[in-house]
Write a new protein. Structure first.
Length: 127
């Protein structure tokens, strides 16, 4: 089976069981909402949940419980390219450090260098 190229990342997320008020219907319900990173206090968790989930109709009002998980997320490379945002400035191209011919020439030069005398016993000079 051929290898399928993917883009992956291991992330810490917080899964919050949240009490939500439906303003128009006047109901409350509970929903699990996943937010990135780990937060120290319920106030910070609620603030992050509100930023991700709150609308004019649905208002998160309390974090009932939470769990911090480390998960590996992935997506197909083609999906990543299709959905990713592109940076404003392009990445500078890397200069080619040496051509194939230059590398071959260096390899030949290395092979022509005399072996070192390290590890060999030296002959005593005769008088």
């Amino acid at each position: 089976m051929p290898r399928i190229p993917v883009v992956s990342r291991t992330m810490t997320v917080t899964v919050c069981k949240t009490l939500i008020v439906d303003v128009e219907a006047g109901d409350t319900f509970q929903e699990e909402i996943t937010i990135p990173r780990e937060y120290n206090t319920n106030e910070k968790r609620l603030k992050a949940v509100k930023a991700a989930y709150e609308t004019d109709q649905l208002k998160p009002v309390n974090i009932l419980s939470y769990e911090v998980l480390t998960r590996k997320y992935y997506m197909l490379e083609s999906d990543f390219i299709q959905h990713a945002k592109i940076e404003a400035e392009p990445v500078p191209e890397q200069k080619e450090t040496e051509t194939h011919k230059q590398a071959e020439t260096k390899e030949k030069e290395i092979n022509l260098v005399k072996p070192s005398l390290k590890g060999r016993k030296r002959r005593k000079k005769r008088k």
